[in-house]
Design a binder for this molecule. Structure first.
Ligand code: NAD
Length: 365
């Protein structure tokens, strides 16, 4: 297969972790007989510096011509004086999400057993680590419904937001979650608030019908969001794939990230409604963390999140599950061998970004 990707490294640690990750990705693909065509384009603060806006036209054109986007991270103090609408994160990521109709956000909650100490959860509760995926609907629900502030009679002030979901929106994100569950333990947990919210009643019915009709091999269960929030702390290892709507996913995926310890290990994928040339969903793949200006330029950043984002890209935008496993497996093996960047070293000797990536590369053979 020929993979054509747009590389949007962004700002601060973005280019550092991207430079570390690309040779590993290239090696995995080359060994499996694939070819990788990648081109780098400025985005975020780098886009503002190079072309006067966070998402330059040429960058968007390059992304459009690609099968997937491998994204670093954007933003930082250099551009904080700009008006909010021109800030790198808002002016680059939001238009990209909108342009490519990125409706499903996948965030693996991943903590290898060797790093159990990084979690705020007691290590004896997660002896095998944590390995789950949160699938969040990204373009519907409360954040996008009708909203406003009014002044009712009597001089009071009232604000409202509206949660709206359509059957078709629930079905397509269910399909993404089913695919994720199928590539893992085949267990899917749908989280809602069907005892209170009408949208959740529809959500539960549509998810149930869709799974029954299209995925009899998947074991589906349901949980209320308050119970899920507690269960994530009580027994995070019990989760496999968690599917939920936009606002619940926003909150639960952050809770999951904290439970998993270091941001440097957490990847993410945003999948679009359109298919790429290979018939797989176009997607944007990026670390869950930000541009970490505090450690930028010091060879301190953990490249694992970028590497694992590349693995997600292989899986979801190219259907290369075996290659994705090889890449993620090499990252895990490196961590399991005790090789640590500073964020996961807890005072023990640490290696730099480049040295960590070299160790991952070495484990590919
Ligand atoms: P951050 O995620 O950049 O950093 C939070 C902490 O995590 C820092 O101590 C940082 O050093 C650490 N960290 C993050 N990634 C790491 C890695 N790979 N290895 C080791 N340590 C890592 O969050 P922040 O400091 O709140 O934000 C910094 C900038 O990033 C801001 O401008 C923010 O807007 C932007 N941001 C961008 C994205 C994105 O591009 N998607 C996401 C979040 C924040």
């Amino acid at each position: 297969m020929h993979l054509k990707i747009a590389v949007l490294a962004g700002d601060y640690i973005g280019p550092e972790v991207m430079d570390a990750a690309l040779p590993v990705l290239e090696t995995v693909l080359k060994r499996a007989g694939h070819t990788l065509e990648h081109s780098a384009h400025p985005v975020g603060g780098a886009g503002i510096d190079a072309a006067g806006k966070a998402l330059p036209d040429a960058t968007l054109d390059a992304a459009r011509a690609a099968d997937a986007i491998l994204f670093g991270s954007v933003g930082g103090p250099k551009w904080e004086h700009l008006p909010p609408a021109e800030q790198p994160e808002r002016a680059a990521l939001l238009p990209l999400r909108k342009h490519f109709k990125l409706f499903a956000n996948l965030r693996p909650g991943f903590l290898p057993a060797a790093l159990a100490g990084a979690s705020p959860i007691r290590a004896e509760r997660i002896p095998a680590g944590i390995d789950m995926v949160c699938v969040r609907e990204l373009t519907g629900g409360l954040y996008f419904g009708k909203k406003g502030t009014t002044t009712p009679a009597g001089g009071d002030t009232e604000a409202f937001d509206t949660m709206v979901y359509r059957k078709s929106e629930i079905e397509r994100v269910t399909d993404v979650a089913v695919a994720a569950a199928r590539s893992r333990g085949k267990r899917l947990l749908s989280v809602d608030k069907a005892n209170v919210l009408e949208c959740s009643v529809l959500w539960r019915r549509v998810v149930s019908e869709r799974v029954a009709a299209t995925a009899p091999d998947i074991t589906l269960s349901h949980m209320y969001v308050d119970a899920a929030a507690m269960q994530l702390v009580r027994d995070p290892a019990s989760f496999d794939v968690l599917l939920t709507e936009n606002m619940f996913g926003d909150i639960l995926s952050d809770e999951m990230a904290v439970v998993c310890g270091s941001l440097g290990m957490l990847s993410s994928a945003s999948l679009g409604a359109d298919k790429n040339r290979h018939g797989f969903p176009f997607g944007l793949y990026e670390p869950a963390g930000g541009s970490a200006p505090d450690i930028a330029g010091k060879n301190l950043a953990n490249p694992s999140a970028q590497l694992l984002s590349a693995a997600l890209m292989l899986r979801h935008s190219f259907g290369l599950n075996a290659e994705a496993d090889v890449l993620a497996g090499a990252v895990n093996a490196t961590v399991a061998a005790g090789i640590r960047t500073a964020d996961i070293a807890f005072g023990a000797p640490a290696v730099g970004t480049r040295e960590f990536a070299a160790e991952v590369l070495r484990r590919l053979g």
